[in-house]
Design a binder for this molecule. Structure first.
Ligand SMILES: Nc1ncnc2c1ncn2[C@@H]1O[C@H](COP(=O)(O)OP(=O)(O)O)[C@@H](O)[C@H]1O
Ligand SMILES: [Mg+2]
Length: 261
């Protein structure tokens, strides 16, 4: 049996500098359609920066990212000195609208929980009534429907993380980026989140890129794992290969829980 996999996102040679610091170097990464790709790495490795570049929230300095089959006519972003910033260029707006990045610290608007979920739908032209219906359904799925009319700023960390997931369920973006989604969740919340992630992949056909420092979480949800270390992708492989036959010694040590210095 051969599975035909199509790459939805292909990054080649990405580089990113903050001032004199190179935080990402020569990044190659492939994300196949309908899969969950986990980017593993320690604090400061560059995970959030990479996710923000892939999600068109931040420009790279060099390299290309191809988005294949998401929006007709908008496929490749090339970064060089003459690039207009794709995070603001209206040409890329249809693409940006099919992607959602859920933050490590979710951005909460100063309004009710329900409005926070409805906002993205209304921005994309969904009627108020339909937006409300889809948002309430999503809040029920993540288990915070009883908080719908409450002010979003009054949510606990775990509830705010669920709010991020509810946004994703309501919007159903083609590409979902999750930045350390279980960082503020208890074990029950983590299980709920991981089950929802698998549901989004298996039943809603979504593709996800998930950043985490947790190798056990990667084992539970990943189809593909990429190890990002000091701004470089050390290794990308299907999950079982990654954990049982790491090719790079640094990957082997990271997976074994050793400190990399
Ligand atoms: N806006 C920024 N300005 C300057 N330095 C930044 C900025 N964002 C991130 N960095 C630096 O880039 C490096 C990678 O950060 P980040 O992508 O947040 O790593 P991670 O998410 O893996 O912890 C860190 O050293 C961080 O301090
Ligand atoms: Mg981060």
């Amino acid at each position: 049996m051969s599975a035909i996999s199509t790459d939805l996102v292909t990054a080649r040679g990405l580089r990113k500098r903050f001032g004199a610091r190179e935080v990402l170097q020569d990044i190659d990464l492939s994300v196949s359609a309908g899969s969950i790709t986990v980017i593993l790495g320690t604090n400061g490795a560059g995970k959030t920066t990479l996710l923000r570049i892939l999600g068109l929230l931040e420009p790279a300095d060099e390299g290309t990212v191809a988005y294949d089959g998401i929006v007709p006519g908008v496929s490749t972003v090339t970064y060089d000195a003459s690039t207009r910033n794709p995070t603001q260029d209206p040409h890329y707006l249809p693409l940006r609208r099919r992607m959602l990045l859920a933050f490590q610290h979710p951005a909460i608007f100063s309004s009710s929980v329900l409005s926070n979920v409805m906002y993205g739908l209304q921005l994309r032209g969904v009627s108020r009534a339909e937006a409300e219906e889809r948002s309430m359904a999503a809040l029920r799925e993540v288990g915070i429907a009883e908080r719908a009319r409450q002010h979003a700023s009054s949510l606990s960390g775990g509830e705010a993380a669920r709010l991020s997931v509810a946004r994703a369920l309501a919007l159903q973006p083609r590409l979902l980026f999750l930045d350390e989604p279980s960082a503020s969740l208890d074990p029950y919340g983590t299980k709920l989140l991981e089950d929802l992630l698998l549901h989004m992949r298996d039943d809603l056909g979504m593709t996800a890129v998930v950043v985490t420092q947790d190798i056990f979480e990667a084992r539970r949800v990943a189809d593909q794992v990429a190890f990002l270390h000091e701004g470089r992708i050390i290794e990308q492989a299907p999950r079982d290969d990654f954990f049982t036959h790491p090719r790079d010694d640094r990957t082997r040590r990271f997976v074994a829980g050793e400190l990399l210095v």
